[in-house]
Ligand binder design. Structure first.
Ligand code: ZN
Length: 135
């Protein structure tokens, strides 16, 4: 709840953090809210349920999310390396195992954030946009 007060609607970060439609920021990017429901982790609707903009670009479009999720993994790994090895003074082998486990647990979220970052590069926020009803 504290985060929602800090991130304002209409910003790029709002759409990425809350996995909302990049155009209207009302509709959800994914069909199921829980990323750990593995059957539906990456299921996205064909278009936004609120504004109607299409989430489908071309076949294989979302494979580019590999490149947008990679920096997230690097940032988390760097933070955890500093946390475990410098601040907590844990040995490197145990730290690497812990980092691997944490990254594995966070993977569904990281994949979703990667897709959100990717789609936000191609669609920008427009509060007045409304495609539903026009078609
Ligand atoms: Zn929308």
């Amino acid at each position: 709840m504290r985060i929602s007060r800090k991130i304002k609607k209409g910003t790029l970060l709002y759409s990425i953090v809350y996995l909302k439609c990049p155009k209207c920021q009302n509709g959800n990017l994914f069909t199921h809210k829980n990323p750990y429901n593995f059957k539906y982790t990456l299921n996205m609707p064909d278009k936004c349920t609120s504004c109607g903009i299409s989430y489908k670009f071309e076949p294989g479009f979302y494979s580019a999310a590999l490149w947008t999720s990679y920096p997230i993994v690097i940032l988390i790994t760097a933070f955890l390396c500093v946390l475990f090895m410098v601040w907590l003074n844990i040995s490197i082998s145990i730290s690497l195992v812990l980092i691997g486990i944490i990254l594995l647990v966070l993977q569904p979220l990281i994949m979703r954030w990667g897709r959100a970052i990717l789609i936000n590069n191609f669609i920008s926020y427009d509060a007045t946009f409304k495609l539903n009803g026009k078609l």
